[in-house]
Design a protein around this ligand. Structure first.
Ligand code: PLP
Length: 390
């Protein structure tokens, strides 16, 4: 008999009842150090006092009113995002896939509004991940996500990630936009070279294309700056944001320049729940914490410290870990043993991680970790690598 919860996930037999900072407490009483953060979502840790207070206060006032009215929380969060990014305007939704759907629709609409409706194809990268809706699985291009869901949505062309020549060769009079993740997440924590990202910008400008960055996973401080592309000195025209934006409350956003959003007029797009007052209270609190002076510098310092320690540790186990890669607190350990096995061992020893493509174990600790959590993580990793070592 089918489980009452549809079995679309291969779940670990583990349930949690409480979270506090970087720790999760299971229903069986065990305590875990959470270096998965619900896949890069709870970036300020569990039950951050400022987030709890913001939600509590909003919960007693207003939960939902619909986008038929002005939502002051959206105006505040959008103003903060606009003030701290390339963007002029933001659309609020509830997830990463929806943020990317909006980005895809906006790119097509932009060319339609500019008198070039034939420009409706988007060049994407192999190994990409943009969500699980029909459009975003087509944009991701992964066979395992599309199998059995034919017909695949048309309008996406794929080239190898990091290869500018292949991308330029794929441009046709029908091309509307280029879409990449600044660091491929699900694909295996593969950082895009800053020079590659800058050349994507130049190429987009040369051919009149829009540049779309999917920062659903890399955004909100994960890589050591509010958004990853800011470190490469390049700006997109459109950007999808979600995961860390609400600190655990489901919320997404699609940011854009005024020019890129020119076609997105009243009636062109919508969402019943998108940007509701509860979501906006959470997002505003997250942004307030992350935009405090010194917060990102602190993340960078911690990331560097953790990375140095991981490089040293993993260097001692070349038979288990092939290499360490990533940016900021978005770190991948490319394993020589099955990543699922390594993850299970880490979990048994009290450390939660997330798998990724290319046999990678992802470390996505909350941005609020301190010396204690880093020490504990290194200790558990050290013990686990010794156990697994042949
Ligand atoms: C997780 C993710 C998505 C999809 O987000 P959902 O909230 O699961 O829809 C899209 N793009 C990237 C890069 C992601 O990591």
């Amino acid at each position: 008999m089918v489980p009452v919860v549809m079995p679309t996930y291969a779940r670990a037999d583990l349930a949690f009842e409480r979270g506090e900072g970087a720790y999760l407490f299971a229903t069986d009483g065990r305590r875990f150090l959470d270096f998965g953060s619900g896949v890069a979502v709870t970036s300020l840790g569990h039950c951050h006092p400022k987030l709890v207070e913001a939600l509590r206060a909003q919960a007693g006032k207003l939960w939902h009113c619909s986008n038929l009215y002005r939502v002051p929380g959206q105006e505040k969060v959008a103003a903060k995002l606009v003030a701290n990014t390339f963007a002029d305007t933001a659309f609020f939704c509830n997830s990463g896939a929806e943020a990317m759907e909006c980005a895809i629709k906006m790119a097509r609409k932009y060319h339609h509004a500019s008198g070039n409706p034939q420009r409706n194809r988007i060049i994407c990268a192999e190994g990409a991940f943009h969500g699980r809706t029909l459009a975003t699985v087509a944009a991701g291009g992964q066979k395992k996500h599309m199998e059995g869901f034919d017909p695949v949505m048309d309008g996406f062309d794929h080239v190898p990630y990091g290869n500018l020549n292949a991308l330029r060769d794929a441009i046709t009079p029908q091309t509307a936009a280029i879409l990449v993740e600044p660091v491929q997440g699900e694909g295996g924590i593969i950082p895009g070279d800053p020079d590659y990202l800058r050349r994507l910008r130049a190429t987009a400008d040369e051919f009149g294309l829009l540049l779309i960055f999917d920062e659903v996973q890399t955004g909100m401080g994960r890589t050591g700056s509010l958004f990853a592309h800011q470190q490469a000195g390049v700006t997109p025209d459109i950007m999808g944001v979600a995961k860390g934006l609400g600190g655990g409350f489901p919320v997404g956003a699609c940011l854009a320049t005024e020019a890129a959003a020119r076609g997105m007029t009243a009636g062109t797009h919508g969402s019943t729940f998108g940007g509701n007052p509860l979501a906006m209270a959470a997002a505003e609190a997250v942004l307030d914490v992350m935009l405090e002076p010194g917060f990102m510098a602190g993340v960078q310092a911690k990331a560097q410290q953790l990375r140095t320690r991981l490089d040293t540790l993993c260097g001692r186990f070349p038979a288990v870990i092939e290499l360490v890669r990533g940016q900021g607190l978005m770190i991948g350990l490319k394993a020589r043993v099955p990543n699922t096995e390594l993850q299970a061992r880490l979990m048994a020893n009290g450390l939660l991680t997330v798998g990724a493509g290319d046999n990678v174990v992802r470390l996505l600790p909350p941005l609020i970790i301190g010396e204690t959590e880093m020490d504990e993580a290194i200790q558990i990793l050290s013990r686990t690598l010794s156990e697994v070592s042949p």
